[in-house]
Design a protein around this ligand. Sequence first.
Ligand code: NAD
Length: 488
Amino acid sequence: TMAHSKALLVLENFIGGKFVTCSSYIDSYNPSTGDVYCRVPDSGKEEVEAAVKAAKDAFSIWSSKSPLERSRILNKLADLIEHDLEAFAQAESKDQGKTITFARTVDIPRAVYNFRFFASSILHQTTECTEMATMGCVHYTSRAPVGVAGLISPWNLPLYLLTWKIAPAIACGNTVVAKPSEMTSVTAWMMCKLLEKAGVPHGVVNVVFGTGAKAGEALVCHPDVPLISFTGSTLTAQRITEKSAPHCKRLSLELGGKNPAIIFDDADLTQCIPMTLRSSFANQGEICLCTSRIFVQRGIYSEFLKRFVAEAKKWKVGNPSDPTVDVGALISEEHLEKVRSYVKKAQAEGARVLCGEGVDSLTLPAGNQKGYFMLPTVIAEVKDESCCMQEEIFGPVTCVVAFDTEEEVIKRANSVKYGLAATVWSSNVGRVHRVAQRLQAGLVWTNCWLVRDLNLPFGGMKASGIGREGAKDSYEFFTEVKTITIKH
Ligand code: NAD
């Protein structure tokens, strides 16, 4: 790492409105070159303690502001991020490996929108009231912020997912301690630089950087952090659940998926094929909502496969900062190896790899030879029990299999431990409703993918999570409700 030290970007924790250095640091890589380019604080108990204290101290001021005052500040922050959108997009692409195009059009615009959305929605939340005439009583609910919220986010959509938590948490009047992924911390640090200008009082948003095992766990175990909103893997969620159990913490868990696409023989393939390519390979397949099991009805199976593979081969892999590139680098060398190992396992089991890894050759620009790249890979003839059809791969790998009947495909689609998202392609309106109702998934998209109305619940069933996020759901999670009864 010495060779790079001159150019290293060094991040600092943001505690109580100040940037503070840490006693030790971890290396962070540029996934498209394989170089260490950044050093991230390796925070632990001490730093988390300081951040929680700052958040506790700021709570009384922030929670007593009116929703309108908080809304104005959130809008200001949205404007400031939007003003620097290009710098944020460049940073996200470099830090995460995603294409600049994706960062510019998805990640950063959504981070901006997260603040705008909750700045608006907090003004429109209402509580409940019932009348009990026979008892001469009126009941109503009132909601108040809970306190210090611990927010833990993953590396795939760094600022997007972190702000999806920060925005509702502070809109509701909580103060927060956030812990982004140690692999993608840069844009969160950049956002901290804008907080004061936006008018966010010191201590309302604190960010501690570091690993899950040290910084993350210290936050989860801190007695003064009564709620934890976590997005990440199912395995980590189990650990967080265990560690927080002695404190009976309120948890929101947004976890992995093994999302099916179900394509009936009456689907409009001119729409379905490009969208299913996107749902399989967008952001290198590193989106919790990505499709990784494609069920195609027998009558159109060969045609679909032929066209799908031909199109998949056109996806350009390379330097993420090249705007013509479709697939950037995967997050880390370790993750790349894990994703590749699934393709090898499928081959060993007798499945056919139709394009991508191990089949086609990948030529990379001179500066990207050591980056963590992989071609979009399509696997066919995989058994439903295969690990490729059961486990979350989280890379540019998708499996295509045939099915015969509606009844059969629903059963097969539901036969995994996850239940996050599903897509259904058919022009039969009755069928799309029927199938959507029976799929075990928190989100079902028919004849589209990734179209989100933030007003409505987002989240998973089964091993994909507990709780939902959205206008009303996040409001409920980040507030404590009280029922008050008045006898007149
Ligand atoms: P991860 O679980 O390894 O890490 C997520 C975060 O948790 C990181 O900040 C990490 O440092 C922290 N962490 C790790 N161990 C911890 C511990 N013991 N205590 C506290 N914090 C800890 O997940 P990842 O690899 O960063 O992200 C990929 C996963 O996230 C995939 O499974 C993906 O499906 C999931 N994901 C889900 C959604 C969703 O909304 N459902 C969205 C994006 C990603």
